[in-house]
Design a protein around this ligand. Structure first.
Ligand SMILES: Cc1ncc(C[n+]2csc(CCOP(=O)(O)OP(=O)(O)O)c2C)c(N)n1
Ligand SMILES: [Mg+2]
Length: 187
């Protein structure tokens, strides 16, 4: 969040990463957010990209960053076309962990090791973004993020940054193996 200007708009979705990175979980929530930040948090997956586009069209002078899980983003990613068509130059950050991670977490908590339907196949999101006419970046380490973000903000098109994440790191503070181990040990 330190790379964002004080005046920004940041739609989030229901993914673990989106909520943690966006500071919307109680554990990381800021009592006094920096600047006028309309935080549109909904629990629907796929909400964030259309919301980000609408926000940019409504507040063209503000930086608009869309934080999306890969599962959430796959619901409405075709709206990249709308963003390009209407010149809504948002920055989309896709947290690619290859999972419907939130659902996997509940599967692991209640039925450890018995997962169903929560693995995902993902495209190369940076290349997909470029195919839509957007700027595209892929980030595999924290060190790469700042430059990718600066270039995305500076692009004169919508931009997308794919964060390639370890699937075991289900959130910024949780692993898959943690609830599985706890549940298995509890019997
Ligand atoms: C319309 C709708 N369908 C299903 C759900 C249930 N749901 C909540 S989070 C989630 C998975 C999100 O996956 P992803 O975006 O990859 O985020 P992750 O949890 O992996 O960070 C689902 C299916 C929902 N919130 N909204
Ligand atoms: Mg995911």
């Amino acid at each position: 969040m330190k790379h964002l200007p004080a005046s920004h708009v940041q739609p989030n979705d229901a993914s673990r990463y989106s909520r943690r990175l966006g500071g919307l979980d109680p554990a990381t929530r800021q009592e006094d957010p920096p600047g006028p930040v309309p935080e549109w948090c909904r629990t629907l997956i796929g909400y964030d990209l259309p919301a980000a586009i609408a926000a940019k069209l409504e507040y063209p002078d503000r930086t608009v960053v869309c934080l999306a899980g890969d599962g959430c983003f796959q619901m409405t990613l075709n709206e990249l076309s709308t963003a390009v068509q209407h010149g809504a130059n948002i920055v989309v950050i896709v947290a690619n962990n290859g999972l419907y991670g939130t659902i996997r977490m509940h599967q692991e908590m209640h039925y450890p090791g018995r997962m169903s339907g929560t693995d995902m196949f993902n495209p190369d999101y940076s290349r997909l973004a470029k195919a839509y006419g957007c700027h595209g970046e892929t980030v595999s380490s924290i060190a790469e993020f700042a430059v990718a973000f600066e270039q995305s903000i500076a692009a004169d098109t919508p931009a997308l940054i794919e964060l390639r994440l370890d699937p075991d790191a289900i959130s910024t503070d949780m692993t898959i193996t943690k609830p599985r181990k706890a549940r298995t040990e509890a019997g």
